[in-house]
Design a protein around this ligand. Structure first.
Ligand SMILES: [Zn+2]
Length: 573
């Protein structure tokens, strides 16, 4: 899970935007543009109604009351605290399961799940995939042809840096409960999600809920590294059983909700950026450095890398960006958005000029710019072995994150085009991603190769549909968010809700990158209340003092229980 959420960015960025607007004359200028008044009346971000279970209404009301009880709170604290106390660290470059002993940590975690959730383990069908991957299936009590809901989470946690131990308020694997929060590595990312789902299912079983369509839980165990051993293998089993588009919707870890401009805004992630690692390799003849050429391979590589940085990506906010949708929703529904900003956001739906203005203000923020556009970062470099020998090889790795509106192949084409003139300038043969672009055998002073070292890279995730004929799952999720939000505030009746649902995205990837084939309806959302501060860093995710507010954690359970019931009885998804 990524460290910084979008919503916190929006908070500061949009205030910044207002600062940039000329206070005088701005409104007049806007008014002068035709069509402004009709535009302002249009709904750019329709909100779903509150969706409460109806067939299982009584059961849902009972569950809601139970979650609000002191007994349940104690039990839930025990569930999550116990899970944090079983370390399940995953590391980069781990050896095969069974050989690399570090994987063994997941065995005790499985044993813990068995003992903590007895009803889940006697009611659901449990399968181990690639030893530590877990699939639980709650099989429908009747013959069902409806597609199942898939709830995903990961068992592994980011390793604790031993040099930071003294900075932890409580030991990282203590699962300490201070009366308000549970502390420790994984308490938030992502054991709150995994244990949240299991807590909801355990509670529903206890209340004698019987599903009428299958529910699937899939828990990977290396999300924080590559996901290949966990979700990568889980996918194969799920695909075998359910096939393309065989799942109604996937809900995995992701953004929660927080206060923005006087309103609560929930931001289910509907997109993920792609990535590509490019190795830039320069080879040149070796020899004694007392008789050097004008440029060694290291000198040439340096020129290439400087050229990369002198040519950053041109980033523009466009209307097909999920972040643009987020802005539209905030502009439309958040209560305290400054008037001029609200107008600009609305106007930008039709006016390119307004869009340009909004774009340049929003992208002033570096984090926002990184979310919207392609990025490049030169992360590793190597070359040369001896002070008196000419380096025969010099190389560097450039890490790209790919905008949701771009692709791996477009990125490769861009890098190729970017470096071509430099290859020519230094008279190098040029091989870009396996294709020789210079004449074979032509005289050259050396060679330049671009290599994809990320197994084909990762294209951006398909954007989850949120409206039109394919918008039903998003609508169901939105209605569920509102019902869970209300219910947790003891409102079991209102048709209105104080929470705005705004499709959104985050910069990191989740295990869902393996699940695209199973459904077009993937949501990265965990319904965690961030309050006024939605910055995940403030909750210690991926750093010291990771924790979760118990109130926020109980509300997550309320959300999962409501979602399971709503999907079960839906005729729309
Ligand atoms: Zn995570």
């Amino acid at each position: 899970m990524q460290k910084v959420t979008l919503s916190v960015l929006l908070g500061c960025v949009l205030y910044h935007t207002v600062d940039l607007l000329a206070p005088e004359g701005y409104t007049t200028k806007l008014g002068a543009l035709t069509g402004a008044s009709t535009l302002l009346k249009e709904q750019s971000c329709p909100q779903a109604g509150v969706l409460r279970p109806s067939k299982n209404q009584d059961l849902w009301v009972d569950v809601t009351h139970q979650i609000a009880s002191k007994e349940f709170r104690n039990q839930a604290v025990g569930w999550l605290s116990g899970a944090v106390q079983v370390p399940t660290e995953s590391f980069d470059e781990m050896g095969p399961i069974g050989e690399d002993r570090r994987w063994d940590a997941f065995g005790p975690f499985h044993a813990y799940l068995h003992s903590a959730f007895p009803l889940v383990h006697t009611t659901l069908k449990r399968s181990e995939v690639n030893t530590y991957g877990l699939i639980y299936e709650w099989v429908a009590s009747v013959d069902s042809f409806e597609k199942p809901l898939l709830l995903a989470a990961h068992q592994d946690v980011v390793p604790v840096d031993q040099t930071t131990l003294d900075q932890w308020k409580y030991p990282p694997y203590s699962g300490h409960y201070d009366g308000e929060r549970i502390w420790g590595r994984g308490s938030n990312d992502d054991k709150s999600g995994l244990i949240g789902v299991l807590s909801a299912v355990e509670t529903l079983i206890k209340n004698r809920f019987q599903p009428t369509r299958n529910l699937v839980l899939a828990f990977g165990f290396d999300e924080e590294t590559s996901g290949l051993q966990g979700a990568g293998e889980l996918y194969k089993v799920l695909d075998q059983k359910y096939g393309k588009d065989g799942i109604a919707m996937v809900v995995d870890e992701g953004m929660g909700f927080s206060e923005q401009y006087g309103s609560y805004v929930a931001g289910p992630g509907i997109a993920e950026k792609g990535s590509l690692n490019v190795q830039v390799e320069v080879k040149a003849p070796g020899g004694h450095s007392s008789v050097p050429p004008a440029h060694t391979s290291i000198g040439v590589l340096s020129a290439l890398l400087v050229h990369f940085e002198q040519n950053p990506f041109d980033v523009q906010l466009t209307r097909n960006q999920p972040i643009y949708t987020t802005l539209q929703c905030i502009g439309e529904h958040a209560k305290e958005v400054p008037k001029d900003l609200r107008k600009l956001i609305k106007k930008s739906a039709e006016s390119d000029k307004a869009l340009g203005k909004l774009s340049s203000s929003v992208l002033e923020d570096h984090l926002m710019k990184s979310l919207v556009g392609n990025t490049q970062a030169i992360d590793i470099i190597g070359g040369g072995v001896k002070s008196n020998a000419l380096p025969e090889l010099a190389w560097a790795v450039v890490n790209h994150r790919i905008s949701v509106t771009e692709s791996v192949s477009a990125l490769k084409a861009r890098d190729t085009k970017l470096l071509e003139p430099i290859a020519k300038k230094f008279n190098l043969s040029f091989n870009a991603f396996g294709e020789l672009l210079t004449e074979a055998g032509a005289p050259a002073l050396g060679s330049l190769s671009l290599l994809d070292i990320s197994r084909g890279g990762l294209d951006p995730a398909p954007i989850t549909p949120t409206f039109g004929s394919e918008g039903a799952p998003f609508k169901l999720l939105s209605g569920t968010i509102k019902a869970a939000f209300n219910a947790y505030r003891s409102d079991l009746k209102s048709e209105a809700s104080d929470i705005v649902v705004a499709p959104s995205m985050m910069s990191g990837n989740t295990d869902t990158r393996f699940y695209w084939n199973l459904t077009r309806h993937i949501f990265r959302y965990s319904h965690q209340n961030g309050g006024k501060n939605s910055n995940a860093l403030s909750r210690g995710i991926h750093t010291v003092n990771e924790h979760i507010e118990v109130d926020a954690w109980l509300e997550m359970i309320q959300f999962y229980a409501t979602l399971i019931l709503n999907v079960d009885e839906s005729t729309e998804v």
